[in-house]
Each structure stands twice: as C-alpha cells, then as structure tokens.
Design a protein around this ligand. Structure first.
Ligand SMILES: *[C@@H]1O[C@H](CO)[C@@H](O)[C@H](O)[C@H]1NC(C)=O
Ligand SMILES: *[C@@H]1O[C@H](CO)[C@@H](O)[C@H](O)[C@H]1NC(C)=O
Length: 609
C-alpha cells in the first residue's frame, strides 16, 4: 500500500556528507589549476532546492556561468568552506523537513516531530481523516457534508494523514491547554473522536493503520490511551456517573424499550405552570404517550410541592440535574443546563423541549417519521433570519469549517442571506446511541460549562443555541436543520402579516411547534390577550431582504410578512385551530384554579400531608 521508505529520495545524512566532500575534493584538485568558474553552481543548485523562489529562466536565454576567479588558494578554501557550510545548512533543512513528515510515531532516525510542526496542518488533516471515516472519499460533491476530500491534487493518502493525526493525538492527549481557546478544544475533541471511532466502530481499519510494524495490539493500546486521557482532560465531570464514554454509549444502546425514547423538559419554579401546561397539552390534546423527564437544578430551583405535582402525572418523572455530573452541574445556570439534561437523561433518543414551547403534532414524529433524524440522529431548527452577522469567531475556532456550514446564513457577512442566529434550541432531538452525536453533545456540554461559558461562549453567541451546531461542525459530525426558517403562528394583521409565537414546521413544511406559549405577548401582564390560532407564516428562503419582520410592541407580538404569501402563509386546519383553542382553555384553567387546586382535582395530590 505504501512504499517501505517513503522518504528514500533523501539520502541518509552520512551518505549526503560523504558525496559532498568527494565532489568538493575533485573540484579542489581542478581548481588549483584553473580559475573555477563553475564552482559557485554548487551552492546555487542547493539554493534552488530550497523552495518556490526557484525562477525558471526563459529557454531562449543562454545560461551563463557566474564569472568567478580565484586569486589564491586561501580564497578558494574560503569559497569551499562557504559551500560546505551552506550544504550543511541544507542538510539541516532536509533533516528538519523529514521530521515533519509522517512516518509512524517516530521517523527512521527515532526523531519525534515537534508539536509545533504537527499543529501547522493538524486542522486540515483531522478534517480529511474524519471526512474519510464519514465515507466521503470518492463521493459526489452534492452528497458531501465535510468536503475536505473534494478537489485533492492526488488521491487521498490515508496512511500519511493517519500518521500525523495519530502523532498529534499521542502528544496532546493529556496536555493542558488554554480552555478559552476553542481552536485547541476542537483539535482535542477531534483527536478523541477519531481514536474512539477507529477503536470501537471501525476496528477493521486497525491492521492497515498499524503499518509498517503491523503491531495492532500496540495501536489499540495507544488509541485507548488517547480516548481515556483526552476524555479525562475534556470531560472530567463524566465521572463518577460514567466511567467512560464507551460505557455511557453502551448503556444507551442497550436500553430497554421503555427508555429508548422520551422527552426532557427543563424548568425551575418560574416556568413551573408553563411546563405543567405543556405536559397537559401533549397528553390530553395530542395523545402523546412518550415518557417525560422534568429536569431541574436542585431543591432551590424547584420546591418539593412542585416536584410532587410533576411526579403525580402519569409517566412523568423529576430529575435533579445536580445528581448527574455533579462536578460540573453544581455550577449550572440558566441555559447551560439544557445540554447536560440531554446527556443525563435516561433516554437514548431524547427530545428536549423548552417549557414554553408547544406542539401542533405529537413530537414522536421526529423519532418515527423524520428523514433527518433517521439519517443523522439529530434534529435542529433554524431561528428567525435577523441580519448582520460576522462569523469571524466561528471561523477562527474552526478553520476547516464544513461544506455544509458554509451554506448556513450564520456564515454570511454583509450579504442578504445572513443571520445572527442560525439555531433555535427550543426543541432539539438527539440519538445518544450514535458515536458522533454523543461526542458532539459532550462538546456542547463543554462549551456550556462554567469556565467556558463565562470566559468565552456566552460572550460570542446568544446562550446555548449556536453551541449545538457549532460543536457538531467542530468535530465534523454530519447534521442538518429542518428546511424552513423561523416564522410566526397566530392572527393576521391589517398588513396581512402573521403575528404571534416563533413558529417552526416539520420537514414537509407542515405546522409542528412554536415557542412562546399561549400568551399573545409573554412579556406583558397575566391578563393580556391570549393567542388566536388562525394562520402560520414561514420563511423558505432565509433571506432577510425578502421578508418583512415587524418588531414586537408593548401590546402586539412580532409579525412576519413573507415574500411569497401564496406559498409561505397558510391558514391552520380546523383540527389545528381547535387544538390551539384547547391549549388556551387548559392554560386558563390552571391559572384560574391555582396549580395546587388543579393538581388536587386532576391528580388527587394533597400538598398538606
Ligand atoms: C487564554 O487565552 C485567552 C484568549 O486568547 C487569553 O486572553 C488568556 O490570557 C489566556 N489565558 C492563559 C492562562 O494563558
Ligand atoms: C408516528 O407517531 C405518530 C404519533 O404517535 C403516529 O400518529 C404515526 O402513525 C406514527 N408513524 C409511524 C410510521 O409509526
């Protein structure tokens, strides 16, 4: 597969010096008789090998040897000395160059490449190797996610790439790094994913990758050490809940059917009634039977009466996120809890839902009908298109961004198709049984950890939202968004714009869910008007120059007037309208009775015992 000595074009150091000395001696013998015009050619030729500045002479111009004359032997010796000196420098360059070429963990001379030389091209090599593992070699451009293997000058050299990628991973697996520099976080997380994938998912690659020594056992040991040590470095909080990522993945894959699929809702006491309302709409209106976990941040976040209320609802269970990954989650705050809740949930396939999100179809359709979920084990929804983004930070931490991400609105600067926000994380679905998804989710947790979120993440992006796709992209795990962009659901105003909650369709552009509850404007008082469910408007272009957004006012919600009202505005069906009306009724009932009385009546919960 590879030449035994890929570097044989370079003579060995000793051979090289011997040849040089011989040539110089011959020239010296001649030079003592004649003026040695040609001698200077020697160092010049070496000079030419050094690099791209080698200028080609026009073929019609005769090559004139330099006019060098030697007055005496001492001058000649100094010229020979200089030539020798230069040749030795050249030899140094060759040696240095050889060190930076891949050849096992060490090259033939036993030299270890420096971290600096490896870092010079590690991003592109890791991207190529991951794209290779993702099966992109020889695949048509349209079907490709990462794209680093497109337009290569020659065929992809798997082994050469592997050697450097592996050398790098061995060097950094336990090396501390500056935690606010996500460029380095990304490199380490990719190193971990590559080692993990080869070790556990594609062991058939091991014999080929252990060339030339064919020591599969040794390579396996090295890969296990990369996974163990970089996991301990990046995700120290996994313990004691899980001893390793592999153990975690195995537990998810071997779930009994009851824990295969489920919903997670994060709430504290302030969103308690919203969360209760969401569960009631799922169970009573959409007949959704998925098991539900309600995650909260310890006793200060949700008092015992509220826990009792949730646990009285059928197939609902409360989970304190502080019990999972306590090293990190005891530092939780606001948005940062969501990725940890996704990770900690007992379900293998999880949909996390904001307490104020509501559905127009049973969310189970993500698990049983979504092509995106089937293909990639995740489901993301776009946010509204709000212009004016400069993606420099994303590009600086992910210099080999995927071909897919290049198509996102977030990546556009000063162009019509540009958006500050790519993702809305009000609903996110993941399948934690899949290697790439699990590693990506771990990286989302990392970006939402205390040190990272205070130091960098929440200064660069709005909360947790963008950290999902950014993490997936950083370690090159293929992902997709539902095709439409954020729209609105509600009533139609006098400009024929649809006003209400932030609305999303499913993959077939059918109404699916919205964010913002049933209040017409959640920022104003309790007695404010409730939503009317007449129309939805959605955005199929993601082009903020074509859509008209009206900002919310103290009395009205935001409104969307899409470019193509034929295609992008739709009246809700009778079923959807009546579901919406029932959602308002349920909310009013909970509010009117007070939640304690509501639970006493509906679920026979007694709060005073
Ligand atoms: C880490 O990197 C940031 C950003 O480059 C820098 O401001 C900070 O001083 C670095 N911290 C350490 C401990 O080197
Ligand atoms: C998927 O789930 C929905 C909601 O429970 C159900 O109506 C539908 O029939 C299911 N589809 C398939 C293909 O199982």
């Amino acid at each position: 597969m590879v030449p035994q000595r890929a570097l044989s074009i370079f003579p060995k150091k000793t051979e090289f010096i011997l040849i040089l000395v011989t040539i110089l001696f011959v020239l010296w013998t001649i030079g003592s008789r004649w003026s040695l015009k040609e001698l200077d050619i020697m160092p010049r030729n070496l000079e030419h090998r050094r690099g791209p500045q080698t200028a080609r002479l026009p073929s019609d111009e005769p090559v004139r040897p330099p006019q060098l004359t030697f007055q005496d032997l001492s001058e000649f010796k100094s010229v020979v000395g200089n030539a020798l000196q230069k040749a030795l420098e050249e030899q140094q360059w060759v040696i240095h160059h050889r060190q930076s070429l891949p050849s096992g963990t060490r090259d033939e001379n036993g030299a270890q490449p420096s971290l600096e030389s490896l870092e010079a091209d590690i991003d592109v090599l890791q991207a190529q190797f991951l794209d290779y593992l993702n099966g992109e070699e020889g695949v048509e451009e349209v079907a490709v996610f990462g794209g680093s293997l497109l337009n290569l000058q020659s065929s992809f050299d798997i082994l050469k790439t592997w050697k450097r990628v592996h050398q790098y991973a061995m060097l950094v697996k336990s090396a501390e790094y500056n935690r606010t520099e996500f460029l380095h976080l990304g490199r380490r997380a990719r190193a971990n994913l590559i080692a993990y994938t080869v070790l556990y998912d594609k062991p058939s690659l091991l014999p080929g990758l252990s060339l030339p020594s064919k020591n599969v056992k040794k390579l396996r040991r090295e890969l296990a050490s990369i996974v163990d040590e970089s996991t301990a470095l990046l995700y120290p909080w996994l313990k004691p809940t899980y001893s390793s990522i592999k153990e975690m993945q195995t537990r998810f894959v071997n779930k009994d059917s009851e824990s295969q699929e489920g919903l997670v809702i994060c709430t504290g006491k302030w969103h308690f009634e919203m969360a209760v309302h969401l569960i009631e709409t799922l169970r009573k209106v959409l007949q959704c039977t998925l098991p539900i976990e309600v995650h909260y941040g310890g006793p200060d976040d949700l008092p015992s009466d509220m826990l009792k209320a949730f646990n009285a609802m059928p197939n609902v269970r409360t989970v304190s996120i502080l019990d999972f990954f306590p090293l990190e989650t005891k530092l939780w705050g606001g948005w940062s809890m969501k990725p940890f809740a996704l990770l900690g949930s007992r379900f293998r396939k999880v949909i996390i839902v904001d307490a104020d999100a509501l559905f127009l179809q049973d969310p189970r359709v993500i698990f049983n009908q979504s092509e995106i979920f089937k293909q990639h084990g995740q489901m993301f929804y776009h946010d509204r298109t709000l212009g004016g983004n400069d993606p420099w930070w994303f590009k600086s931490i992910n210099p080999q961004w995927s071909k897919f991400s290049a198509s996102l609105r977030y990546m556009g600067k000063d162009i019509a198709r540009s958006s500050q926000h790519e993702m809305e994380s009000g609903v996110v679905a993941v399948d934690k049984g899949r290697t790439g998804v699990l590693h990506s989710l771990l990286l989302v947790c990392k970006m939402n950890s205390k040190l990272e979120r205070d130091g960098i993440t929440y200064r660069r992006v709005h909360g947790d939202k963008e950290t999902f796709w950014i993490s997936w992209d950083l370690i090159r795990v293929p992902y997709k968004f539902t095709p439409t962009f954020g729209g609105t659901v509600g009533y139609m105003n006098e400009r024929s714009h649809v006003c209400g909650g932030l609305f999303h369709t499913d993959e077939q552009s059918n109404p699916f869910w919205w964010n913002g509850g049933v209040m017409a404007n959640k920022h104003i008082s309790k007695d404010a008007e409730f939503m009317k469910f007449d129309y939805v408007a959605f955005d199929t272009t993601g082009d903020n120059k074509r859509n008209v957004w009206e900002w919310e006012t103290p009395t009205t919600p935001f409104c969307l007037g899409p470019e193509n009202s034929q295609r992008e505005v739709r009246e809700l069906t009778a079923r959807e309208k009546s579901d919406g009306a029932r959602y308002v009724d349920i909310y009013k009932e909970i509010k009117a009775k007070g939640w304690q009385a509501y639970f006493k009546e509906s679920y026979r919960v007694d709060f005073f015992v």
